[in-house]
Design a protein around this ligand. Structure first.
Ligand SMILES: Cc1cc2nc3c(=O)[nH]c(=O)nc-3n(C[C@H](O)[C@H](O)[C@H](O)COP(=O)(O)OP(=O)(O)OC[C@H]3O[C@@H](n4cnc5c(N)ncnc54)[C@H](O)[C@@H]3O)c2cc1C
Length: 136
């Protein structure tokens, strides 16, 4: 969601469009995301207030034609790294300091990108670097 167009909703994944069999025929399964660095306070809202705020935003974006038939709320406090402006510099410094330990590799969502694909690529690159160190 663009900043300023939603109070609570960060974004929405159309799960039943991404993966077959996630919703019965004629229905859709959506994952709505909220919180993060901008609105960590939302985590403390009771389920009914949180879902009401999210559905209001979703309605503003998509125009809902009915109430959800099934709702589930899951909370993962501090689940995803929130890199700020200094993040690239910090990571460069960490890597420079660790250069003297060539057999230690760092990988994961907190280094070069939080998306699943970035985390995967970071693991593959770390493994490749370690293997290169092993090869005489
Ligand atoms: C709710 C949510 C929705 C998301 N949606 C998307 C999305 O739609 N698209 C997308 O691209 N990304 C999404 N992400 C982000 C992405 O999934 C994560 O950033 C990525 O999977 C993180 O990978 P990782 O390997 O760094 O960490 P993790 O996947 O968290 O892996 C770390 C592993 O280390 C293990 N571990 C932790 N501590 C120890 C220890 N001391 N000893 C041994 N093992 C340990 C953990 O059990 C875990 O298995 C989402 C994340 C969340 C939380």
């Amino acid at each position: 969601m663009p900043r300023g167009e939603a109070d609570a909703l960060l974004g929405c994944l159309l799960m039943s469009e991404l993966f077959p069999g996630r919703a019965p025929e004629g229905r859709a399964l959506l994952t709505l995301l909220a919180g993060g660095a901008r609105r960590p306070d939302l985590l403390a809202l009771p389920d009914d207030q949180l879902t009401a705020a999210l559905l209001r935003d979703l309605d503003g974006a998509l125009g809902l034609r009915g109430e959800p038939t099934l709702l589930g709320v899951a909370r993962w406090p501090r689940a995803v790294p929130q890199p700020g402006r200094v993040h690239p510099r910090t990571i460069a410094e960490v890597r420079a300091r660790l250069a003297r330990f060539p057999r230690l590799a760092l990988a994961g969502a907190c280094f070069d990108g939080v998306a699943f694909g970035d985390a995967l690529a970071s693991g593959a690159a770390a493994a490749a670097n370690l293997l290169a160190e092993e090869t005489p």
